[in-house]
Design a protein around this ligand. Structure first.
Ligand SMILES: Nc1nc2c(c(=O)[nH]1)N[C@H]1C(S)=C(S)[C@@H](COP(=O)(O)O)O[C@H]1N2
Ligand SMILES: [Mo]
Length: 429
């Protein structure tokens, strides 16, 4: 099987009326659910303490409480959203106030040209002031429902015509500036302008490399590990991911996969969760030794292993993959770093890397007791983690968004400072 012929059977437009296909920018596919993309944990600020400040280059800075914002004339706005990781959703309906209404009240000198927008989770993004004036809303409802906390509730920005990272969740500050100042994502190397129709994903040209499948095997009924060989591959940091491309031309799709292998082995392993309704993961499962795929990376600067600290790794399902890279590197290269790995899987059959993890990791089952399990099945509980805690260390969580939020809350209750909890969520396959 060759990459090209397999990818020809993939279409981002599957099931979509033809008149909607021109609404999907290049390299994007439609998501069925609404994925959650958050670089850390959902902030815990209570609504009563919430405020939004407009300051910087203004005649008079001002602050609004949530209640005050809701008294401003609000409107409904419908837009398509496009996340740079490759998913889009059409006709999302938001409800809130145009940011212009706030700006009108602070007085804007002509020198103000840019806005830096900041959030309660310390994330930020920048936009030209002209774009904010015409095309940005502070919203508290989506598709007729109050905005979920994971999607930025009680208050987020939405802005049209830009990749969705510019739609900052949990907004608490808008500073007007004379000079442009990159936000969190833009400092990481995301494109400053972020137009999805021009594929302004990265500020840098992406380098694609040809990878050969060296070996592949099933880990579980749905997870399959691929070992890739890439000529001249430089090593990765444990926790980083690669981007893979399937298809070509108008039918290209990108997916991000965490690297599971330890660095410096000359082997690069990813583990793919097959989603039967997915486009890319069934195709990756069909690859055999000798087949090739195009990859770029390694990427990721935040969710990487920090040796020398007590390390608690907690993975849900295939979320254990980047933690495998961290743990393998920890055991091999940083023997002095105390570490524990906790894995939550539905049933004993769903445990990947079973040979390596049995005995060395704490395996917790959510649906079905394993042989010799004394623990009642169920999602992770405080007592599953309590004896492994060192609140001066770092906890690394990876799994679905629901898993990450749940375990994050447990760790905060167990005394971990928020800055020492590293979270990575799995997007849709
Ligand atoms: N405060 C904050 N805003 C954020 C993010 C974040 O991590 N923190 N992620 C961004 C990214 S990359 C995307 S794609 C969208 C995702 O919004 P959603 O989780 O509601 O889909 O929010 C953007 N705004
Ligand atoms: Mo995103």
């Amino acid at each position: 099987m060759t990459t090209g012929s397999a990818a020809d059977s993939l279409s981002p437009y599957r099931g979509l009326p033809p008149d909607l296909t021109d609404r999907i920018p290049p390299g994007q596919t439609l998501a069925i659910d609404w994925p959650v993309l958050t670089y850390a944990l959902t902030p815990q600020t209570p609504d009563s303490a919430w405020h939004v400040v407009v300051d910087g280059m203004v005649t008079e800075a001002r602050s609004w409480s949530l209640a005050e914002l809701r008294t401003l004339p609000a409107e409904s706005v419908t837009m398509d959203i496009h996340c740079v990781t490759g998913w889009s959703k059409l006709d999302m309906r938001f409800y809130g106030v145009p940011v212009r209404r706030l700006l009108d009240q602070v007085g804007i000198p002509p020198e103000a040209k840019y806005a830096l927008i900041e959030a309660y989770d310390d994330c930020s993004t920048n936009l030209p002031l002209s774009h904010v004036m015409e095309d940005a809303w502070l919203v508290w409802a989506a598709n007729g429902e109050p905005l979920d906390a994971v999607h930025g509730g009680p208050l987020r920005l939405v802005t049209r015509g830009k990749y969705f990272w510019k739609s900052l969740k949990w907004v608490n500050r808008i500073s007007l500036l004379a000079e442009d100042s990159p936000g969190y994502w833009e400092r990481l190397g995301y494109h400053n302008d972020a137009d999805p129709w021009r594929e302004q994903r990265s500020a840098y040209d992406e380098e694609w490399q040809r990878a050969v499948v060296i070996e592949s095997h099933d880990e579980t009924p749905t997870l399959r590990t691929l070992t890739l060989g890439i000529a001249g591959w430089e090593s990765h940091n444990p926790g980083q991911h690669i981007k893979i491309v399937a298809g070509h031309g108008d039918s290209r799709f990108f997916r991000l996969y965490s690297i599971g292998s330890a660095p410096g082995t000359g082997r690069l392993q990813i583990t793919v969760d097959r989603r039967d309704d997915g486009l890319v993961s069934p195709w990756l499962h069909r690859l055999r030794p000798g087949d090739t795929i195009d990859v770029s990376g390694p990427n990721g600067t935040r969710y990487v292993f920090q040796p020398g600290n007590h390390s608690l790794f907690i993975g849900g399902g295939s979320g254990v993959v980047p933690l495998m890279s961290m743990m393998r590197s920890c055991v091999r290269d940083h023997a002095g770093t105390p570490s524990h790995l906790v894995v939550s899987v539905k049933t004993p059959d769903d445990l990947p890397f079973a040979e390596e993890l049995t005995g060395s990791a704490r395996v917790c089952h959510t649906r079905q007791r394993g042989p010799g399990d004394t623990r009642a099945p169920g999602r992770l509980r405080s007592e599953d983690l309590a004896d492994l805690i060192d609140t001066s260390g770092i906890a690394y969580i990876c799994g679905s968004s629901g898993f990450v939020e749940h375990v994050g809350t447990l760790l905060l209750e167990l005394g971990y400072p928020p800055a020492q909890i590293m979270a990575q969520r799995y997007g849709p396959g």
